[in-house]
Design a protein around this ligand. Structure first.
Ligand code: DGY
Length: 418
């Protein structure tokens, strides 16, 4: 493997997906700024252009709502070929945005970028801090139930069609959404994307939120979908820990953030599924566990939990696949090696799992995951996701976050830690 050449290619992908202040996840399929994609992009840019890294974070926060929420898409300027666009979301602000959020990885990456160059980053971090706090406060006020983070749409999790949502999705009525035309299946093989019945329901949820005027209280009471997402709880817990470290560094009062961490730690124990013996999501409408052992269940170490009950599952799954970590347990009847979040390997989740495992001292597991990710990218390119059995690349090509995690974590020349 010529990793210097791959490093160069990765930097080129970030530059080419740069739209002058924000980075698109990949051209055509995702032509706007996505929230957690941008967090990874900023971290990737920081490997060679720290100024551009901070700019990425600033443009993301241009989309922040008055209530603190940071939307999952910012529609800075008109672009063709994506559905549902700004007209469907109908949010009352400029720049136009979607009306849901995404996992707050940007807090963790902003901290890492700051730690690497405090002198340059100080003023950026001071300007960002209040915005980060108000986003976290929004999560805690509107979305945290019994210490677990509720999502109101599968797109908020970032793991759109994960098996975790199957039970809750079955109770969403998608039969009245009216005619629409998807754009994603024009860009990639439909077998690699969510199905039509999923999209009908995705739209029903968007329409409900839009018609409520994006009223969080009404969405909490009557929204068609409300699931405590194990991945979101772990990621928010991690980001609160990093926010606490930032607050201490900037001499801000930390009591409120300590309280959030305590609340979320209590929530983590509620995510434990006694029957399955793993961390799991919960349908908040029925109170039932999803019964889905997904790659997000392995984010417990990233969240700072020192709980090794998940290790035997990880070992079994890694013994079962050529490439770690499949997004769904390969022994599950719902596993599909190609279809988006129902089986394929995602480099970004591998990175978060790997970072957490390394921090918890599980170096061998962390290294296996890093080696597999490196091999997938070196052999197949910077794709969106990959088959865990034969490594076949899938989804979008020249993908921003795959290039970003290559530069920061997967490449032999990467730092490999936060
Ligand atoms: C999509 O359009 O597939 C996105 O994942 C939604 O955010």
């Amino acid at each position: 493997m010529n990793h210097k050449k791959l490093d160069k290619q990765a930097r080129k992908i970030l530059r080419e997906n740069d739209r002058g202040g924000y980075t698109v996840p990949t051209r055509r399929l995702y032509p706007y700024q996505w929230n957690w994609d941008s967090g990874f992009a900023a971290w990737g840019f920081a490997a060679f252009d720290v100024k551009r890294a901070w700019f990425e974070i600033q443009t993301l926060f241009h989309g922040q709502w008055d209530n603190g929420m940071v939307p999952h898409i910012i529609f800075h300027k008109r672009a063709d070929g994506y559905f549902p666009g700004p007209d469907v979301w109908g949010t009352p602000r400029i720049p136009h945005t979607s009306g849901i959020t995404q996992p707050p990885v940007v807090t963790t990456f902003a901290r890492s970028i700051y730690e690497a160059d405090k002198e340059y980053g100080r003023v950026h971090m001071e300007l960002l801090y209040g915005r980060l706090v108000s986003w976290h406060r929004w999560f805690m006020k509107h979305r945290v139930t019994d210490g677990m983070v509720a999502i109101t749409h599968p797109w908020e999790s970032g793991r759109d069609n994960a098996v975790d949502w199957d039970g809750a999705m079955a109770n969403v009525d998608g039969s009245n959404v009216g005619p629409y035309e998807r754009a994603d299946t024009h860009h990639v093989n439909p077998e690699m994307r969510p199905k039509k019945e999923d999209y009908d329901r995705y739209l029903a949820m968007v329409q409900f939120s839009r018609d409520s005027g994006y009223d969080e209280a009404e969405i909490a009471r009557n929204g068609p979908f409300r699931v405590a997402d194990v991945g979101m709880t772990f990621i928010l817990l991690r980001s609160c820990r990093d926010l606490l470290a930032i607050a201490a560094e900037l001499d801000h009062i930390t009591q409120e953030i300590r309280g959030w961490i305590h609340t979320l730690e209590q929530g983590v124990s509620r995510h434990w599924n006694e029957n399955g013996g793993f961390y799991d999501s919960i349908d908040l409408r029925t109170g039932e566990h999803a019964g889905s052992l997904s790659s997000a269940s392995f984010l417990c170490w990233y969240a700072g939990m020192r709980d090794d009950r998940m290790l035997p599952h990880l070992k079994r799954i890694l013994d079962n696949v050529s490439f770690a970590v499949p997004s769904c347990d390969p022994e599950s009847a719902a596993f599909n090696s190609l279809r988006y979040w129902r089986g394929p390997v995602w480099g970004i989740i591998n990175t978060l799992i790997g970072l957490g495992l390394a921090e918890a001292g599980h170096i061998e597991f962390a290294e296996r995951i890093r080696r597999d990710t490196r091999k997938l990218i070196a052999e197949h390119g910077f794709y969106e996701y990959f088959c865990p059995h034969d490594g076949a690349p899938a989804g979008g090509d020249a993908f921003t976050w795959t290039a970003a995690i290559w530069l920061t974590w997967a490449s032999p020349s990467a730092k490999g830690r936060l």
